[in-house]
Design a protein around this ligand. Structure first.
Ligand SMILES: *Cc1c(COP(=O)(O)O)cnc(C)c1O
Length: 465
């Protein structure tokens, strides 16, 4: 393919994209294809001869698109959102086109320098104090793994990387029982081990970690010969939106000199609204590390996860490695690949720049405030449905409910709704029972889209009860 062909097909695809998005509300949200149906349409062997792009794109429409679940659909209420606002998509096209490997300052100074400024813009947008630095990672999972590795190295006097962990005795990491599975996996792969991740019970309307229980657990475990390494708090847990009380968690961390990481992967975006920040993030500036995903609620296309670091030194002492071929001579530069586990890195900051300039913080705040208020409106409408029960009240734009009947009935309703296709939502677990999760956060969703869920849930429920 030559570059004129590339330009031709690039325009076709941009046009296709606009039409796709304009008509998206008419498609079923979740893919309606069965297991193996897409794979069965692909040849089992690779082609020997090249084909024309028109054939390839025709097959994309015919074979691939029916098997896609539409995350940008305005009635996507499942999981958490994965928004891709149009200016962010445009930035991604430019990044894909220039296709630089942005591992070092000198491998693309603009990528490093724009990233530094964007992390600082987001620091200000989230109301964090001066002095925080940070880095853009691919995912919250990677940022949390970086933080857990840092906890491990700090607790072992930075000897784990060199000597391994043998003979060091068990390290302990503490969190609530509402954390995301990425915390468990970070502890697995960091050599901490699942059994050394201590999950405290939660209490109160925001399902916060019991800080007294946390303090007691740490004190008892030190006496028993364990080495506490860190505490992971959450703002906006995946299940029901649990939010730890940061002040009480930090007090315990300080008393025991523990490294702290805050997982705000989903809810962090809402902190661009000062009133929300004040309600959830009182003492946040005393954390050591915070992760939030602009690729969820804020509108930056996946992948884009920001890890803020109050002091980057412990993480650099953990992850920085500098073989001769990666050395930059002559200047003191920031090489962001030293802050993270992968060496290679995409130019992720460009989409933040496009997004923030295109909407302004006010444009993004008004979306988030709308989502929160529509979620609570829908919650009230569902509460009024005969026999329906709100299990967890809205935290930001997430709540959970149950229809009349047992756990199997909840799953039947979720499956029937997703087969119907007009809305998409997922089940969760809370208090030992199955719940139906509902979150509002898609970038283009309207009040009508959200309220339509009420009618659809009622109607589908009537067909299965
Ligand atoms: C989505 C989510 C994660 C994982 O995010 P990735 O970027 O997909 O790794 C972690 N924690 C919470 C609370 C989340 O909502």
């Amino acid at each position: 393919m030559n570059w004129d062909d590339y330009a031709h097909w690039g325009k076709e695809i941009a046009q296709w994209g606009a039409e796709y998005h304009k008509a998206l509300a008419e498609r079923p949200v979740r893919a309606q294809t069965g297991l193996g149906e897409i794979a069965a349409q692909l040849p089992a062997t690779p082609p020997e001869q090249g084909e024309d792009m028109s054939n390839i794109l025709a097959d994309f429409d015919a074979i691939v698109m029916p098997g896609m679940t539409h995350w940008q659909h305005p009635r996507f209420f499942a999981y958490f959102p994965a928004n891709a606002a149009p200016p962010s998509m445009l930035a991604e096209q430019l990044v894909n086109t220039v296709a630089a490997q942005c591992m070092l300052w000198q491998t693309s100074p603009a990528a490093t320098e724009v990233e530094g400024v964007m992390v600082d813009w987001l620091r200000q947008a989230l109301g964090l104090a001066d002095g925080w630095t940070g880095v853009i990672q691919d995912s919250a999972s990677s940022a949390t793994l970086s933080a857990v590795l840092t906890m491990r190295e700090r607790a072992t006097g930075y000897t784990g990387n060199r000597d391994g962990l043998a003979g060091k005795g068990p390290l302990r990491i503490y969190c609530s029982d509402q954390v995301h599975s990425s915390i468990d996996r970070a502890c697995w792969v960091a050599g901490i081990g699942q059994d050394n991740l201590v999950k405290l019970p939660t209490k109160g309307a925001r399902f916060e970690m019991d800080a007294d229980a946390l303090d007691r657990a740490i004190t008892a475990e030190i006496a028993a010969g364990f080495t506490p390494a860190g505490i992971i708090a959450i703002t906006g847990g995946t299940g029901v939106g649990a939010c730890d009380d940061l002040t009480s968690v930090l007090a315990v961390a300080r008393a025991h000199d523990l490294y702290t990481h805050l997982d705000a992967a989903w809810a962090g975006s809402a902190m661009i609204c000062p009133e929300i920040r004040d309600a959830f993030w009182g003492d946040v500036d005393a954390f050591d590390s915070i992760v939030f995903n602009p690729h969820k609620w804020l509108g930056a296309q996946f992948d884009c996860s920001v890890q803020f670091l109050r002091d980057a030194t412990p993480q650099l002492n953990t992850l920085k490695i500098e073989p001769e071929y990666l050395k930059t001579t002559g200047q003191e530069v920031t090489n962001y690949s030293e802050w993270t586990i992968p060496l290679g890195r995409r130019f992720r900051a460009l989409k933040i720049w496009f997004l923030l300039r295109s909407y302004g913080l006010e444009g993004l705040r008004s979306r988030i405030r709308n989502h929160i208020s529509w979620a609570s409106e829908l919650c009230e409408a569902l509460r009024a449905l005969d026999g329906f029960e709100i299990v967890t009240e809205p935290i930001l734009s997430l709540f959970s409910f149950r229809c009349p009947g047992d756990d199997a009935m909840q799953q039947r309703l979720v499956d029937a709704l997703n087969d119907d296709g007009r809305i998409y939502l997922t089940q969760g677990a809370f208090g030992g029972q199955k719940v139906i999760r509902f979150q509002v956060g898609q970038f283009d969703t309207t009040r009508d889209d959200v309220m339509m869920a009420h009618a659809v849930i009622q109607e589908v429920w009537e067909t299965i009860r």
